[in-house]
Design a protein. Sequence first.
Length: 75
Amino acid sequence: MIIDIVKDYSVNEIANFAQEYPDRYNKLCEIVGEFALGARGIFLAIILPYKNDTGCVAVSTSKNKIINIVGIRYF
């Protein structure tokens, strides 16, 4: 279960991203889905790419006020 998603985009921006870069959008969805199914109580930070830059999904958990990075995946 995803507890929270931190994002740097609006709904319109993600829709535009999906139209302009459908392959990269599909990869983003795959990454989010993998983490959502693989761990409970995770936090996702999603950074969309700017033009040809690489986008990033950072996944973390929090226990006893300690944040543990589970993984970082680029798309």
